[in-house]
Write a protein that binds this ligand. Structure first.
Ligand SMILES: NC(=O)c1ccc[n+]([C@@H]2O[C@H](COP(=O)([O-])OP(=O)(O)OC[C@H]3O[C@@H](n4cnc5c(N)ncnc54)[C@H](OP(=O)(O)O)[C@@H]3O)[C@@H](O)[C@H]2O)c1
Length: 265
């Protein structure tokens, strides 16, 4: 799985903004972003349609991640939801298909549907999202082969997963896909991040993303509908963090000392 992708939450919600969103996704793909993260929830299918438009006519396509709503995640419902997502994106296969959050159907049913979709070649692999450690333990009990990803809220200002979830996932070689890596923009307003970015010779967004990418087993999916910011964020791949900057980041944004319940947006 690639380490950096394009987020699409809030896309496909307004006809007025859709041309700009399409332009941003196409530009991001031209820059070389190797992955897109979307969901049937985003714009109630609108984001997947824009992803389909952005992919149309391209040769090599990026790694595609999408998600099923928990209320659609029954045995038959998951398969039907996946078919709808494929149709909206005009694809034959979703590379990674996630249960958006726990709830609704029993995990056994959802995973059985995921296996059927995988056997039929309609998804490359499957995983979960917004699963805390106890949920992951349940999931691993239901499906011993679960190893694709758990997509969760994780960024410099919300480091809770480091206490128990991330180590557990690392032990099992399950990548953590960090969503809202910029804390939806809020992180970028923190003076400590700005100062350290100056010291590191990059922008605050690049520092926040490079920090995530420096964590073993972590990949991330920042969202932007602006060409300039997409370019800025993509360049985070080139940022090398010194041990000194990493230590200063730990001081400014301390890791958790106790269990923090997983936060969810
Ligand atoms: N599984 C889940 O439950 C879940 C939940 C939340 C998110 N996600 C996924 O994760 C993706 C990313 O998370 P997110 O969209 O919540 O938040 P995010 O990526 O942390 O932040 C996005 C916000 O930051 C702004 N931004 C982006 N790059 C910037 C830069 N370089 N400088 C200044 N501002 C910048 C964007 O504005 P502009 O667009 O105007 O640039 C947007 O308002 C989502 O799009 C979605 O695909 C998944």
């Amino acid at each position: 799985m690639p380490v950096l992708g394009l987020g699409t939450w809030r896309m496909g919600e307004s006809a007025r903004r859709s041309a700009g969103e399409l332009d941003a996704l196409k530009y991001g793909l031209d820059l070389g972003y190797p992955m897109i993260d979307t969901a049937e929830m985003y714009g109630e299918g609108g984001a997947e349609e824009i992803v389909g438009d952005a992919l149309a006519g391209r040769g090599a396509r990026p790694f595609i991640v999408s998600k099923v709503y928990p209320h659609n995640a029954s045995r038959a419902g998951t398969i039907a939801a996946c078919e709808r997502s494929l149709k909206r994106m005009r694809l034959e296969r979703i590379d990674l298909y996630l249960l958006h959050w726990r709830g609704g159907a029993r995990l056994e049913e959802t995973f059985e549907a995921f296996h059927r979709l995988k056997d039929a070649g309609k998804i490359g692999d499957f995983g979960v999202s917004n699963f805390d450690l106890d949920d992951m333990e349940d999931a691993a009990e239901v499906d011993k082969g679960l190893n694709a990803t758990n997509q969760v809220l994780y960024c410099l200002s919300r480091r809770g997963p480091e206490f128990d979830l991330l180590p557990w996932m690392r032990m099992r070689a399950i990548p953590l896909m960090a969503y809202s890596p910029l804390d939806q923009g809020g992180l970028l307003r923190k003076a400590a991040l700005k100062n350290l970015a100056d010291e590191a010779g990059c922008t605050p967004a690049q520092l926040a993303l490079a920090w995530l990418l420096a964590q073993p087993g972590v990949v991330t999916i920042p969202k932007s509908a602006s060409r300039e910011r997409l370019k800025e964020n993509f360049a985070a791949l080139e940022v090398k963090l010194t041990p000194q900057i990493l230590a200063e980041l730990d001081r400014a944004f301390p890791p958790p000392r106790t269990k923090q319940p997983l936060e969810m947006l």
